[in-house]
Design a protein around this ligand. Structure first.
Ligand SMILES: *[C@@H]1O[C@H](CO)[C@@H](O)[C@H](O)[C@H]1NC(C)=O
Ligand SMILES: *[C@@H]1O[C@H](CO)[C@@H](O)[C@H](O)[C@H]1NC(C)=O
Length: 265
């Protein structure tokens, strides 16, 4: 099958480039981009047959999951038992594109899920079209239209017992800060719809990945599902506290995953 041949070819490229750290970084990043677009393209006919079906994403996730062989990331999923058979507002930290690999690795555990994406991604063809056909909700942060789209998505998700995946940090920001302040939209929605929050924490990748230093080695990473946080009986007056509580729990977990032996005190 052509796809496997291409993935194999790319992996040879990525693995063969051991000469320079920077070349390896770029080979992997380019492979990443190609794989995302290629899987989207391959999945399009199927997604067109059943538009808005979250299973479209599940099958794509299984393909993308194979690419961890190329990137040589050894993923571990913690807290799988914290995912029960109900709708959640899943909130996750967002550090880099690598998160998507971890997300895809664990996708069958969270399925069915409606991901939310930045509006701009809609135009990143064929990925955007695939996202659309898989039922993603595209949001313009801070805009009225974005809020409406989220609310519509939520209603549908609740009705169909689907979870909704949100990165509450909003845009990625490559700074020293562990987790950026959270946007409160996800928490408002959870309270409004009385759906529990399910925090998901991607580990610190700094021992194998560094965007500024252009390093992307092989390494171990984890996705940790924390116990759900109930929103039962909460009102909009409690949203700020709920948001802060969730963020603090996530930071606490994130800090635990930081590579040890680097601190000098
Ligand atoms: C991805 O691969 C891992 C390890 O091989 C497996 O445990 C997991 O279920 C896979 N995820 C998907 C969505 O196929
Ligand atoms: C990213 O973080 C820096 C420092 O905290 C801040 O000045 C900047 O406005 C942030 N950018 C975005 C897009 O959030």
């Amino acid at each position: 099958m052509a796809l496997y041949e291409l993935i194999f070819g790319l992996s040879v490229l990525a693995l063969a480039v051991t000469v320079s750290q920077r070349t390896r970084y770029w080979a992997k990043m380019v492979s990443y981009f190609i794989i995302m677009q290629l899987v989207s393209l391959v999945m399009l006919p199927m997604a067109l047959m059943c538009p808005k079906d979250p299973r479209n994403f599940l099958y794509g996730a299984r393909l993308i999951n194979l690419s961890n062989i190329i990137f040589r990331i050894d993923w571990k999923l913690n807290g799988r038992d914290n995912v029960k058979d109900k709708a959640y507002i899943i909130v996750a930290n967002h550090q880099s594109s690598i998160d998507v690999l971890g997300m895809m690795m664990a996708w069958d555990v969270f399925h069915p899920v409606v991901p939310t994406m930045k509006s701009a991604l809609k135009y990143a063809l064929p990925f955007g079209l695939y996202g659309y056909l898989s039922g993603s909700v595209f949001i313009d942060r801070g805009s009225e239209r974005g809020r409406k789209a989220l609310e519509r998505g939520l209603e549908e998700a609740k009705k169909m017992k689907k979870s909704m995946w949100i990165f509450p940090e909003g845009t990625r920001n490559h700074t020293e800060e562990k987790l950026l302040p959270f946007k409160k939209g996800a928490f408002h929605m959870a309270v409004q719809a009385q759906i529990p929050i399910l925090p998901v924490v991607f580990s610190d990748y700094s021992n194998f990945y560094d965007r500024d230093g252009q390093r992307f080695d092989s390494g171990k990473a984890s996705v940790t599902v924390l116990p759900e946080i109930s929103t039962e009986g909460l009102t909009s007056a409690d949203v700020a506290e709920l948001c802060e509580k969730t963020r603090n729990l996530m930071i606490e977990q994130y800090v635990k995953t930081a590579p040890t032996g680097r601190k000098c005190t």
